[in-house]
Write a protein that binds this ligand. Structure first.
Ligand SMILES: *Cc1c(COP(=O)(O)O)cnc(C)c1O
Length: 386
């Protein structure tokens, strides 16, 4: 079952290992596992993989790999071979695909040595993989990535036809998966979704025997047409909102809390923080909180007279950040809080169960993906066991 969300640090007791830290980043591993189970349950036929690139979206690659494996995941995607090598140590049995593919022919041996499968996005990569396979006398697996509208990595229809027709192109290695990536799945009504689906179906017809993967997190919520054989979620596993304008069905995985260092009164008409970007409109009670952009709390989440920023949570109250976010500190407007509720030494939630990480990201003009992958090593990290 899920660990309770009111885990330490509580506002009454500080454990000894918290004494030296300004911020506390709790990673809820049971929420991660439950998110995996929820996403896997969205399809009756497709298997559910997990994308653990970028240090497991910032929460820690090894923890993500281990806990998702325990939850039943057998197929993993990383972006880089170095991430694949790390994942292999934790996952001796799993299938691991590397999305950024083969950098060059000299890279192929590394994939072979660590049993990694390149996601091949060009004919040049395919040739490199096959010549390695021929040289070694091995038929090694890979995925083929087709571009259906993202215009990033991946081959087109012409190359798909060529590979399907000319067996010497496909026989030297094992094509274990074909895949494509959606550009606008977070906007369910976007016309590009169904265009990409049509193109992927046409490519799939050329490889009827080979399993196919199309849906990232948001793609899963587009429905069964988009599921094919293997789901490929990332952000939703980590609690991020995959689809805009819907309630987020995922449980938060990362919770960031920081301590109040001081509470002070600032008269009306005074500016607070660098740049004097926001001025008090009333006599204000301001909390100085020990978190800043060096902790990964984005500088753009600050507030000015013309733009309201992110909010923090204390004891049932959502309180606005006041003025610019600095490297080590933020200021929070406590004026609307009953006097005495906020005190030096208490902890406020920056994001987590009460302040959605997507709201903080939106206040900073970005997405939860960037906020998560920007988390610094400075906050005390605690992994709450599943
Ligand atoms: C990152 C990535 C994913 C995961 O996407 P989410 O939106 O995080 O679910 C899936 N496929 C590819 C090719 C990716 O690059």
């Amino acid at each position: 079952m899920a660990a309770p969300n009111n885990f330490a640090p509580s506002n009454s007791v500080a454990a000894p290992n918290e004494a030296a830290s300004g911020s506390d980043l709790a990673i809820n591993l049971s929420a991660l596992q439950e998110n995996y189970a929820f996403l896997a349950s969205q399809s009756s036929s497709a298997q559910c993989a997990a994308v653990i690139k970028a240090d497991g979206y910032g929460i820690g690659l090894e923890h993500a790999a281990q806990n998702l494996s325990t939850a039943g995941c057998r197929v993993f995607f990383v972006a880089l071979p170095q991430e694949g090598i790390r994942a292999r140590t934790t996952l001796p049995e799993a299938t691991i695909y590397v999305l950024n593919g083969l950098f060059g022919s000299d890279c192929a041996a590394l994939y072979d040595q660590h049993d990694l499968r390149p996601v091949i996005g060009s004919m040049a990569e395919l040739e490199d993989w096959q010549s390695y396979c021929r040289d070694q006398g091995k038929v090694l697996p890979c995925a083929l990535h087709f571009d259906t509208g993202m215009n990033r990595l991946g081959m087109g229809m012409e190359q798909a036809q060529k590979i399907a027709k000319e067996t010497e192109l496909s026989d030297a290695c094992e094509i274990a998966l074909i895949m494509s990536h959606l550009a606008c799945a977070d906007e369910p009504m976007h016309a590009l979704n169904s265009q990409q689906l049509d193109r992927f179906r046409a490519i799939r017809e050329l490889f009827p025997e080979i399993p196919a993967s199309f849906a990232n997190s948001a793609g899963i919520f587009l429905g069964p047409d988009y599921h094919f054989d293997l789901l490929r979620p990332g952000i939703a596993l980590y609690g991020g909102q995959a689809v805009g304008d819907h309630p987020n069905p995922m449980q938060p995985v990362a919770t960031l809390k920081s301590r109040i260092l001081d509470v002070r009164y600032v008269p009306q008409g005074q500016s607070i923080s660098y740049g004097a970007a926001q001025v008090t409109k009333r006599e204000s009670r301001i909390g100085i909180v020990s978190v800043g952009y060096a902790d990964g709390y984005l500088r753009a989440a600050g507030s000015t007279d013309n733009h309201s920023g992110a909010h923090v949570w204390l004891d049932g109250y959502s309180l606005p950040v006041f003025g610019r976010v600095t490297m080590d500190l933020i200021m929070v407007d406590l004026t609307d809080l009953p006097v005495g509720l906020a005190k030096r030494g208490m902890w406020v939630e920056l994001f987590g169960p009460n302040i959605p990480i997507d709201d903080v990201a939106a206040s900073a003009g970005t997405i939860s993906y960037e906020l998560l992958t920007s988390l610094s090593k400075r906050a005390l990290r605690r992994y709450l066991p599943a």
